[in-house]
Design a protein around this ligand. Sequence first.
Ligand SMILES: *Cc1c(COP(=O)(O)O)cnc(C)c1O
Length: 372
Amino acid sequence: MSQLEKRTWAEISLENIRHNYRAIRAALPEGCRFLGVVKANAYGHGALAVARTLEAEGADYLAVSCLDEAMELRDGGITAPLLILGHTPPEYTFLLADNDITQTVTNLKKAEEFSAACVHLGRRLRVHIALDTGMSRLGFLCGGDGAENILRAVRLPGLDCEGVFTHFAVADEVGADCEAYTRAQFRRFCDTIREVERGGFSFAIRHCANSGAVLRYPEMDLDMVRPGLLLYGYGDAEGKLGLRPCMRFMTRVSTIKHYPAGTPVSYGRRFVTERPTRMGVVGAGYADGLLRCLSNRCAFRVGDGFAEQRGSICMDMCMIDLTERPEAGVGSEVEIFGVESSLDTLADAAGTIPYELMCAVSRRVPRVYKDF
Ligand SMILES: *Cc1c(COP(=O)(O)O)cnc(C)c1O
């Protein structure tokens, strides 16, 4: 047992990241650029390790959410083009420029602030313009004076405006209504770009496809796609791309106890044994990212089968019923999610999406890079 695998750990397969990258890449039209989304510590997989893998594979761009995430990659030696999708305060423009980081610009006022900071520094900042076509989050609004504002922004002296993008609200959801909404967003995106072009400016890189759109709307690939979830092996329920999971969230049985029927288990006594029970204690709790709302609602792979999780999940441990898993003992490995314990099933049980459970795996959990 390696030192990192003594309690709770996450096994990360960079080989499977590579496999997924190639599978997605193979589905893209020729010449389409690939931006790999590695924000939030690469959805929990380790930003630097994943970024190095994607860079070596030839990814054209990487994206993160904020300046600190971008600096982690630059400090780690990543030289690929890097886009910050979220806000950066204009007083940090020098760091963006010094480190050749591309910043998203989401309205005219911020464009003016970045430009003014650049003029003051005697620098130029590479930016992508975000359009709000229906996500109602960041971005220039379309319609009205939208295109006019964008034209004003792209002509500012401090900005080098390389790209334009939008983000879909329901590209990953099925149904005619979601499809119509996504198509309407795409139409608004294209219409606004056309208006800007008529005003005399064209963007080198137009991009809008997140994982959902890469799968369902290939006609929206444009100059670059922007998948996150697919890279990590999820989001393709029909298995079109043959993706592989890249993370196994693992723990180990630390202790085994025997209780008679009628024994309350854990905080709140929310589970009471119904039979003589061989109960395992594992060293994974909500501080590791095993959400407490999963208490009494999930099962983990151990030995030759599954063991039901019993009682409230504590901060640092939880209990699993090993009565029917006599082959499992102290020291046995337990897969919380990954290859045999489905992340999708666990996310459903938690009332959430796979994204959240991957991101929830906390800093306390060592990442162990090995292929599976
Ligand atoms: C997170 C994010 C993505 C990636 O989304 P997935 O659903 O994981 O593919 C793409 N674009 C933007 C702007 C994002 O914030």
